[in-house]
Design a protein around this ligand. Structure first.
Ligand code: SF4
Length: 59
């Protein structure tokens, strides 16, 4: 099952980890913060959530 995640742009540090690692699901806005552009499978979504250093990615 695919999951569309959410990014809290106030919390996002703009570290680039999510859009660097999962370019089909995340992009970068003009402020260098992550935006959601697509979906991830369940396991990869959990990985993206766990790897965000700011805890900015949620389901
Ligand atoms: S991994 Fe987290 S802090 Fe880094 S760009 Fe993505 S949402 Fe922002």
């Amino acid at each position: 099952m695919s999951v569309k995640l959410k990014v809290d742009s106030d919390s996002c540090l703009g570290c680039g980890l999510c859009f660097g690692s999962y370019p089909t699901a995340f992009g970068e806005d003009s402020d260098g913060k992550a935006i959601v552009i697509g979906e991830l499978d369940e396991a990869t979504a959990e990985e993206a959530i766990a790897n965000c250093p700011a805890g900015a990615i949620t389901k």
